[in-house]
Design a protein around this ligand. Structure first.
Ligand SMILES: Cc1cc2nc3c(=O)[nH]c(=O)nc-3n(C[C@H](O)[C@H](O)[C@H](O)COP(=O)(O)OP(=O)(O)OC[C@H]3O[C@@H](n4cnc5c(N)ncnc54)[C@H](O)[C@@H]3O)c2cc1C
Length: 451
């Protein structure tokens, strides 16, 4: 795979601008590629650096979150996920996308809550789900999401795709929008927000209705490859699949307010003799466990809040959003941003807000200082510093999103915001939102060390 991205370097006019080139953005571009609309897609990074590419790449309707979805919506939701799984398979087959797609069985398993599985099985057996000992199972699929995105991008020849081009601001200009980006202004009629965490135009919508869950993953070499994957529904979430000659294992699912990523990595690495790769990934969990897909204000569309099931939901979002733009009828109003949410879903929410406030407090006031990671106030600015033994890396201790402090994750060598999960490289360049800005310390490092 080559990184052949073009960067925007002028002002342009289009009908539709898609911001974000992960599963949601590229799926939307795919359905609009042959329309007579002028469509552009921008991504702040290269297309293959999104949350999508760091997922476990399972495609299934048999999701752990079905446990939390209101009975009133369960059938509609399951049917939407079956449709999305079929659509994904159809896109792969029609376009011969080489992405290691294969059919496997997907299991929801439990050691502590088998009775819950049985209850769910009774609701889902009409969809071909089977129940054995401590698991329920359905035919599903796995693939390599990075290769799939690359294939989708190749299919979208009619769409102007700009990488390394970040959107900073969206302004209304009469009937149109002007999107300010790092490469120039883009005037458009419709905007698709496919940035994973949506902070444009409705900045407080997601903080009030969702939280971020972060998980830690590893890949271990194995010669015992199986055509099964699964996820547990117990308090300690474990998810696994096989890819080529690797066993991929996910555990330690925590809210992003976990300040010590290195400890979580240590825990999963200890479970195996020889781990080849480790990484973390985060997703947006909504109050009622269903995604937000639809039009949020006239001519602005979004797909977000996939509760760790974005392969199907991102695919579905692409179809729904393109139908809305092309004014084609669809039956997915129940996923809209403005749906009524049952009050009982808010019961666990004060705890989530509490966690975010606690992270804010811990990173601003207590500051988790270690010998090689420390904080200083310089010229009135709080600065976070990491000394790797050879050189010193300094960043402003203030996430541009909602001003939380940052902590250092030594395993991945990145700065992270525990409130909403923004990630910055070791020198403060923003690599994942919701922040849209860098936190590079602009003062002199020599002066900083003297002070
Ligand atoms: C550990 C883990 C495992 C998972 N495994 C699975 C799985 O097995 N199956 C499944 O169905 N789902 C899984 N998911 C969920 C899935 O990965 C996500 O829901 C999905 O990838 C989100 O897609 P997206 O398009 O919304 O976001 P992304 O893939 O992150 O795409 C957003 C894009 O927007 C760009 N962007 C952001 N801000 C800007 C800006 N200001 N300007 C321009 N571009 C911008 C980013 O660079 C990025 O490329 C998993 C999630 C986690 C955390």
């Amino acid at each position: 795979m080559s990184f052949d991205g073009i960067q925007l370097d002028q002002n342009i006019d289009v009908d539709v601008l898609i911001i974000g080139g992960g599963m949601t953005g590229l799926s939307t571009a795919y359905h609009l590629r042959d329309s007579n609309l002028k469509v552009a897609l921008i991504d702040s990074n290269f297309i293959l650096e999104s949350v999508t590419t760091k997922s476990t790449g399972k495609i299934t309707f048999l999701q752990d979150i079905l446990m939390n979805i209101d009975d009133d919506y369960l059938d509609e939701y399951v049917q939407s996920e079956i449709l999305a799984s079929n659509l994904l398979e159809e896109i792969i087959n029609t376009n011969n996308i080489d992405c290691d797609y294969m059919k496997v069985k997907h299991r929801l398993f439990s050691n502590e809550n088998v009775y819950k599985l049985e209850k769910l099985y009774n609701k889902l057996k009409k969809y071909g789900v089977v129940f054995e000992d401590n698991y329920i199972e359905a035919v599903s699929a796995v693939f390599n999401p990075g290769k799939y995105l690359y294939g989708l991008k190749e299919c979208c020849k009619g769409v102007s795709i700009y990488e390394n081009t970040r959107a900073y601001e969206i302004l209304k200009d009469g009937e149109n929008f002007i999107v300010k980006t790092s490469g120039g202004d883009i005037r458009c009629i419709d905007v698709v927000l496919a940035t994973h965490y949506i902070s444009f135009l409705k900045p407080f919508f997601l903080p009030m209705r969702s939280y971020l869950e972060k998980s830690y993953l590893c890949a271990v070499k194995t010669d015992k490859i199986k055509d099964i994957c699964g996820i547990s529904i117990d308090d300690e979430v474990i998810s696994y699949r096989y890819y080529k000659d690797y066993y991929i294992y996910l555990s330690e699912c925590k809210s992003t307010s976990n300040l010590n990523s290195d400890e979580s990595f240590e825990k999963i690495v200890k479970k195996f003799d020889d781990v080849s790769y480790v990484w973390s990934n985060k997703d947006i969990m909504t109050v009622d466990s269903m995604p937000y897909i639809g039009e949020i204000i006239p001519h602005v569309f979004c797909g977000t809040g996939y509760n760790t099931w974005g392969m199907t939901n991102g695919t579905l979002a692409g179809k729904i959003i393109s139908d809305l733009i092309l004014k084609t009828k669809n039956d997915y109003e129940f996923l809209n941003f403005n749906r009524m949410i049952n009050i009982k879903n808010y019961i666990r929410f004060p705890m989530v807000i509490n966690n975010t406030l606690a992270s804010f407090f811990k990173t601003k006031v207590i500051k988790p200082t270690e010998k090689d990671v420390f904080y200083k106030v310089i010229d009135g600015n709080s600065v976070a510093i990491y000394n790797d033994g050879n050189s010193v890396h300094a960043v402003y201790n203030k996430c541009p999103h909602l001003k939380c402090g940052v902590v250092f994750n030594k395993t991945e060598q990145i700065w992270e915001c525990p409130c909403h999960g923004s990630k910055f490289d070791i020198d403060g360049n923003c690599i994942e939102g919701p922040s849209n800005f860098d936190i590079k310390y602009k003062g002199s490092l020599d002066d900083m060390l003297k002070k």
